[in-house]
Design a protein around this ligand. Sequence first.
Ligand code: ZN
Length: 257
Amino acid sequence: MRRCIPCVGLVVFLGCFTFVIVPDYDAPSSREKPQPSPDAIPTIVVDPGHGGNDEGTKFYHVAEKEMTLDVALRLEKTLLNFNFPVVLTRRDDHYVALADRVATANKIDNAVFISIHFNQSNSATVGGAETFFADQKLSPAEDWTWVGFFSHSDSTLDNGETLAGFIQAALVMRMDATNRGIHSKALYVVRHTRCPAVLVEAGFISNPLENQLLRDESYRQRIADSIAEGVMNYIRTTHPAIPPSKLASAQKNEPKP
Ligand SMILES: [Zn+2]
């Protein structure tokens, strides 16, 4: 009987901790991880929306999943040419769960995430480009913190708004697209990624004119080049410690206006 007393004490002791240790859903864990060197070039994670039995939107025989993959592969080529490391969440026509797309990005310490999509509307006249980011990031459940001691909201965290602005500006300039602006929205892939993340809706498949343009590969190349230009402008602004020589080939190969 006497032996049980320390056990009871231990249970009570551990029981107390269940009240103070809870998953911190609001604070990404950048604090616990070593920060990347300021002159390290981030890996660009390119996420072609949909795939496999998830076609996305489809009008006039143009399926969103095919357009997103085509633009993503073009974007990869351009970014590699710019000296960026690039990872794609899919390279062919198969289904990838949203959580797996996010996991690909969250495995990389120094990443920038770009999800590519095309839009639809009930009205055929609606067109243009828009870019989303999430002003509130949600960290995965495995991140734990001591409530009341270390929980924090890191206002310096880059949520992707700046990246969204640069990509949207490049799209509007180069594509002569209707500017639908940038918006904060709790979309899964931008909210659950820890790194700066955006979701680009690069045009309306439901708009007959934009649908026709999307069939032209030079138009899709221009979309990819616009996004790449937005990424480059963003990196130059937010990562001034990266020596220009590291991105020197980019300066030579930037798409001409
Ligand atoms: Zn989509």
